[in-house]
Design a binder for this molecule. Structure first.
Ligand code: TXA
Ligand code: MG
Length: 362
């Protein structure tokens, strides 16, 4: 028997209305802020996904995040701030290019990697000389940071390797008993995580596509590069340790179908029929258009509808919830449709490719 006891703590859950005036919201979050100041863990909403927060200046508090999530020790965290100027308290220096992006995208779904400031303990950055910083736009996130008077280190509030949480129920399913408090403010908005961009190199390099699109970033810095999503493991040192891990993954194997839409629909219909006749329970992660087309040809499957092909933001906001729903339905295999890589499509495809872990049908 292991001598390491998994000690469960009781998790307080509180609801806030994100539309309340900012000072009221801050006052409502006084207890949550107190937990942060005392070195505890608070899960809270952001405009991308829910985060699992701790005082970013307290190495012991930050270490607890890794334990609660079962997160590999070498995967660094993002530090969240509530005022642009607070970047000086966590970064050693801020290049002009980073200011240009901050002015355009903060508050919002952009995380910038900068030289790490002296006050930030190395646990936050898993020993790297850099620190990832973002200023979230969700009113409850901003209010929690302000009320605590501290920068807050927060990864996505899921058990490591599971799909990121886009609702308080997702967080509860993963982290109840492991954190002091969960702040519920309804569904997160965008549904995929922030864009992570390395500003310590020129040209700036996008390490993880996310809520801020490459197109929008290039309107400010046209030279911006994007780390290719394939071959990360094969080439050179790992730029962003998080990229090494299979991620965002439901429990069942997920197969991603590429090609034009009609080809995907036909291939998914054939595959579903084969799996069904082998006695396997099929889950489909598909848009309303595809559900209609597959329904018309009589495909039998558990369907998690994820928005409409005509609106990629509707797909982004439903994607992780769809993966979790299919897990709950206990399917044996998931077949997922694919999207254009324009705009939010790049982040959606990145998460799907990583959930598929190489199981891609061309
Ligand atoms: O939208 C988001 O970014 C959410 C919300 C809660 O803010 N957070 C989030 O955190 O997605 P997490 O820990 O799940 O993903 C952070 C990513 C990882 O891929 C990590 O490796 C990378 O950012 N990262 C963090 N610090 C870094 C650094 N100093 N250098 C390079 N990559 C870094
Ligand atoms: Mg994560």
């Amino acid at each position: 028997m292991s001598d390491i006891q998994e000690s469960r703590i009781s998790t307080q859950r509180m609801s806030v209305d994100p539309c309340m005036p900012a000072p009221v919201l801050e006052a409502r979050l006084a207890d949550a802020a107190d937990i942060i100041r005392r070195g505890g863990l608070v899960a809270f909403p952001t405009e991308t996904v829910y985060g699992l927060g701790a005082n970013a200046l307290d190495g012991r508090a930050v270490a607890r995040i890794f334990v609660a999530k079962g997160r590999p020790q070498d995967n660094p965290l993002i530090v969240h701030i509530a005022e642009i100027e607070a970047v000086h308290s966590v970064a050693e220096s801020v290049p002009a290019s980073a200011w240009a992006l901050a002015r355009e995208f903060w508050p919002g779904p952009l995380t910038m990697v900068l030289p790490r400031g002296k006050l930030v303990p190395e646990q936050v950055s898993a020993g790297l000389a850099t620190v990832a910083v973002r200023m979230p736009s969700h009113p409850a996130a901003a209010a929690l940071i302000r009320a605590s008077g501290l920068p807050i280190a927060a990864p996505s509030a899921n058990i490591s390797g599971r799909p990121s949480p886009t609702s308080a129920d997702h967080v509860w399913a993963d982290l109840a008993g492991r954190v002091e408090m969960l702040v519920d403010a309804g569904p997160a908005g965008i549904g995929v995580e922030s864009t992570v961009i390395d500003m310590t190199v020129w040209p700036p390099l996008i390490l993880r596509p996310g809520g801020a699109t490459v197109e929008a970033i290039r309107r400010v810095i046209p030279e911006t590069d994007v780390l290719p999503s394939t071959g990360i493991e094969a080439t050179g040192p790992v730029k962003s340790p998080g990229l090494r891990y299979k991620h965002y993954a439901p429990r069942a194997d997920l197969w991603l179908y590429l090609g034009d839409w009609k080809t995907q629909v036909d291939a998914v219909a054939r595959r579903a029929a084969i799996e069904n006749s082998a006695g396997r329970r099929v889950g489909l992660l598909i848009t309303s258009e595809t559900a209609l087309a597959l329904g018309a040809v009589g495909v039998r499957a558990v369907v998690a509808e994820v928005g409409s092909r005509a609106d990629l933001s509707s797909v982004a906001s439903a994607l992780f919830d769809g993966m979790r729903r299919l897990d709950q339905a206990d399917v044996d295999i998931i077949l997922a449709e694919s999207y254009s890589r324009a705009g939010l499509g790049l982040a959606i495809m990145n998460r799907l490719e990583r959930a598929a872990g190489g199981k891609i049908v061309r």
